[in-house]
Design a protein around this ligand. Sequence first.
Ligand code: PEP
Length: 239
Amino acid sequence: MENKPLVVGNWKATKTIEETIDWVKKAKRGLEEAKKADIVLCAPFTSLPFLVSLFQDTNVKVGAQDVSKFKKGAYTGEVTVEMLDGLVSHCIVGHSERRKYFGETDDNVIEKVKLLLEFKITPILCVSDLNQLNSYIDRGKEIIENYDKIVFVYEPPNAISGGDAYRPDNPEDASKNAGLIGEKLGKKVVMLYGGSINSENVVSFFSKPNIDGGLVGQASTYPDEFVRIFDSIKLIGPK
Ligand code: PEP
């Protein structure tokens, strides 16, 4: 692998403030010693200020899991890009759980990507398949124009652990489909794979072509297991 793999943790809707602090106590040293990967931890909004403070001046970056499609105004309950500005470096957009449970559309996703780019927060854009990428491309030239400012994730919804029709992807298919998405973009992009990555299977995914790292959900919620992923990554040779 020429560049270091990028590992993005996604805590989803887990962790109180107390649990956040406890997780950091258990994982901090192991993550700081993980020199063979870049790390972003995406957490619920309530955890973000704590994570930013606890990981200040370390190699661990902090990201949000979503952002409002509105910039500002009478939108009760929304967290806007201006509120994230200066707090996070990255933000997940278009996660299939947001589509499934909160009715997020492709148009919403593009609006969010545009706002994040405007504020120089790196969008971590989830793409379920080639059709979805085509739909994003049809909706805005931003995706292609800003290919180098976006982290792409090939994430088939069925491969996400705990999902209804849960069926883990295999590394060959993941690499093939990630490659097709990269080809469609026509540029060398950062392309992650997401779906049931853990310390046991991470090497088999990350050592494949077209996969530059991973979006890690469930395994990132356990501090010991998350740190073990970086121990496994040390075993990956050049691609
Ligand atoms: C995710 O949340 O994007 C994800 C890939 O989850 P998991 O690793 O639990 O499958």
